[in-house]
Design a protein around this ligand. Structure first.
Ligand code: IPM
Ligand code: MG
Length: 359
């Protein structure tokens, strides 16, 4: 049976990265069939809107979305709902992708790239489970005069079921790992965080084999740089997760190897999902063929695991990327002047892809 995949390259380095990921995924799983569609700034240019109906239709007919990045200059005059970023927020909302899985893994050989001392980073292996369809991103917004004063509001809203399902997702995921969940909130100030903490504590009762720690978000930002290896699964509100996942990625030595999966069902269920590097468009290097495609290729591995039910292909892709990163050659972000092109690095990954196991 063929696996239908929607490819949404988007802007900046998105097209280069997704092209590399498509090459590796089709080599690992020849049954994948890819359909490309426009998104973000590229879609605004071609269709006048960041998330055209045709793109949504392609996504609806697919098992998963392989997504590049959206954003860029020249859209600052547009309101948030018309900007390239509205496409990714719209896809998350339309498909109910409430759980964003962001692994931060210290690849052997890259520890010296970390802003932290290598010995603090070696062995770091954590996953941030970011709530993705609620919180500050999707609360009521307004910009209007109040009592003669121009006032902007972004509301932070959580409903009990939204907290419960993301907590369950995190505990389920922890059962496949080291069985430790850190729930990050700001319950000393925010009432939404108080509800968050209460519900996460309730959910934990159904997972007696998993250890739960609560942590305030400012302390979590500090503990991440003090001892990143102490974390296994971190579950947190949308905005906190956006910020902490960039921090965690950088600690591994580069944001260029950080993939993500956005899902709407428990991690054990084979379901539709959206897969993207967490890094964004990197406009400074876009179009030069030197972007590090690791994050996109690793996102394709997550796609194989979570949406296609192909864990063997996922493992093979992840091993091939780890091997290529350890032995080089690497792209310039990791290797300076000696760095090779996106394509040459992808070739190195393909060369390490072990053949499909025959049962
Ligand atoms: C991310 C990005 C997006 C977000 C932007 C592009 C809207 O930063 O996926 O982390 O804030 O969610
Ligand atoms: Mg972000």
């Amino acid at each position: 049976m063929n696996h239908r995949i929607a490819v949404l390259p988007g802007d900046g380095i998105g097209p280069e990265e997704t092209a590399a990921a498509v090459r590796v995924l089709s080599a690992a799983l020849p049954s994948c069939v890819f359909t490309e569609a426009a998104v973000g700034g590229a879609a605004i240019a071609a269709h006048g809107t960041p998330l055209p109906d045709e793109t949504l239709a392609v996504a609806r007919e697919s098992a998963a979305i392989l997504f590049g990045a959206v954003g860029g200059n020249g859209f600052e005059h547009l309101t948030p709902d018309k900007r390239p970023e509205a496409a990714i927020l719209g896809l998350r909302k339309v498909f109910g992708l409430y759980a964003n899985v962001r692994p931060s893994f210290a690849y052997p050989g890259l520890e010296s790239r970390s802003p932290l001392r290598a010995e603090l980073v070696r062995g770091m292996d954590l996953v941030i489970v970011r709530e993705l369809t609620g919180g500050l991103y999707f609360g009521p917004k307004s910009l209007e005069p109040e009592d003669g004063v121009l006032t902007a509001r972004d509301g932070l809203v959580y409903r009990d079921f939204e907290i419960e399902r993301i907590a369950r997702f995190a505990f389920d995921l922890a059962r496949t790992r080291r069985k430790h969940v850190t729930s990050v909130d700001k319950s000393n100030v925010l009432i939404s965080s108080q509800l968050w903490r209460r519900i996460v504590t309730d959910v934990a009762r159904d997972f007696p084999d998993v250890t739960l720690t609560h942590m305030l978000v400012d302390n979590a930002a500090m503990q991440l740089v003090r001892d990143p290896r102490a974390f296994d699964v971190v579950v947190t509100e949308n905005m906190f997760g956006d910020i902490l996942s960039d921090e965690a990625a950088m600690i591994t030595g580069t944001i260029g190897t950080a993939p993500s999966a956005s899902l709407g069902a428990a991690p054990s269920i084979r379901a539709f999902g959206l897969y993207e590097p967490i890094s964004g468009t990197a406009p400074d290097i876009a179009g030069r063929g030197i972007a590090n495609p690791s994050a996109a290729i690793l996102s394709a591995a997550l796609l194989a695991r979570f949406s296609l039910g192909e864990p063997d292909a996922a493992d093979r892709i992840e091993r091939a990327v780890a091997g290529a990163l350890a032995e080089g050659p690497r792209t310039p972000d990791l290797d300076g002047d000696a760095g090779v092109s996106t394509q040459a690095f992808t070739d190195a990954v393909l060369a390490r892809l072990t053949p499909i196991a025959v049962a």
